[in-house]
Design a protein around this ligand. Structure first.
Ligand SMILES: Nc1nc2c(ncn2[C@@H]2O[C@H](COP(=O)(O)OP(=O)(O)OP(=O)(O)O)[C@@H](O)[C@H]2O)c(=O)[nH]1
Length: 345
């Protein structure tokens, strides 16, 4: 299939043809072959004007917190309201070990076969940056195909939460009811990323869920994420700003999904009218560009014959404490050949 036929099928194909075309397009994006990359760039550039209309929702939480149970009920709830839902995942375990935390069982049984849903597992290899890039591009394909809610899911491991927060409009952190008892266990950095925290499995212990809600809310206040004591201009602007909040939920019993979606809708309304949503996307697009430039330059540098000839010896000297890391870096940068230097300037 030519690139333009693929674009046509993604944009206008009937349901089955469109689904096949999306899968093909994403496979093309994930390919590492240089000629495929050229086609993929062409495809994305053509699709780009049709993207951006979806709401991009990031969801993270430790294994077992109930992400797939929740996304299944949320997805079906949204479909009942007339939405089309795409679910993409970033599985950091696949980038480290080639194994999978997220993809190894039947997840989202009903959503995965629904004609108004599209579910794609994580790219199965590469660095986290590479996997995140593929997922961002897959997100654009889904948007062009008319999916108006794109959910990007990850497990709360390593830097994957940051990667997901950096590609979505709203980042949601899922916690268990006992989370409040051990706030130390919630990484402060991750809490700072969260626009909303879900306490899932509230059905197991209502008191614990209430406690967790209170504790996480006050921890967020402590981090300055929720401002409850403001004066002057800030107070006047209070309603124009989004303040991260905590929602209790039972995904298993399908309770609280409407309250959650109501909060998401408020977030979207507030952040659209105060310009934050557009600003976040502008910032994200530019930081993706710089991230890929950094990765590309580093790769070109490592593959430079003049550099790779010196690299093993210098690495050993740095490892053994015979040469300061900064000196080794300067020597290597000075050693790179003209074309790499020109590319890096
Ligand atoms: N009681 C109760 N159990 C739940 C709830 N949500 C999910 N579970 C159960 O918790 C277990 C884990 O749920 P999953 O949805 O697979 O969790 P996950 O976060 O997707 O897990 P990974 O795929 O391992 O990352 C399952 O046995 C679910 O039935 C809930 O709200 N209440």
């Amino acid at each position: 299939m030519t690139a333009s036929a693929l674009v046509d099928a993604v944009l206008r194909g009937d349901a089955a043809a469109q689904r096949r075309a999306i899968a093909k397009a994403i496979t093309l994006l994930e390919s590492t072959r240089a000629d495929h990359r050229v086609q993929a760039d062409e495809l994305l550039t053509t699709l780009l004007p049709q993207t951006g209309k979806a709401f991009r929702l990031g969801i993270s939480g430790v294994p077992g917190v109930g992400k797939s149970t929740f996304i299944e009920v949320l997805g079906l709830y949204l479909i009942a309201q007339g939405h089309r839902v795409a679910v993409l995942t970033i599985d950091p375990s696949s980038t480290v070990s080639g194994g999978s935390i997220l993809g190894d069982k039947t997840r989202m049984e009903h959503l995965s076969v629904h004609e108004r849903a599209y579910i794609r597992p994580s790219p199965s290899s590469g660095t986290l940056g590479g996997v995140a890039e593929k997922t961002r591009e897959a997100m654009l394909v889904c948007e062009a195909a008319g999916y108006d809610v794109v959910i990007v899911e990850t497990v709360g491991v390593g830097q994957s939460e940051t990667a997901v927060a950096n590609m979505t409009d709203m980042f949601v952190l899922m916690q268990l009811p006992n989370a409040g008892d051990d706030l130390q266990a919630i990484k402060k950095g991750v809490m700072e990323l969260a626009d909303l925290v879900i306490i899932n499995k509230a059905d197991i212990d209502a008191d614990a869920a209430m406690r967790a809600e209170a504790q996480i809310t006050s921890a967020m206040r402590l981090f300055g994420l929720v401002n409850n004591a403001m004066g002057g201009d800030q107070a006047a602007n209070y309603d124009k700003l989004w303040h991260p909040r905590v929602v209790q939920l039972s995904a298993l019993h399908n309770k609280g999904v409407d309250v959650f979606w109501d909060a998401v809708t408020q977030f979207r309304t507030i952040q659209t009218s105060n310009g934050q949503l557009a600003a976040r996307r502008r910032h994200q697009s530019l930081s993706w560009m710089w991230e890929r430039i950094d990765a590309g330059l580093k790769q070109a540098f490592r593959h430079d014959p003049a550099v790779s000839a010196m690299l093993p010896a210098l690495m050993a000297q740095v490892e053994n404490g015979q040469l300061p890391a900064s000196t080794a870096a300067r020597n290597l940068l000075a050693a790179q050949s003209e074309p790499t230097q020109a590319a890096i300037k």
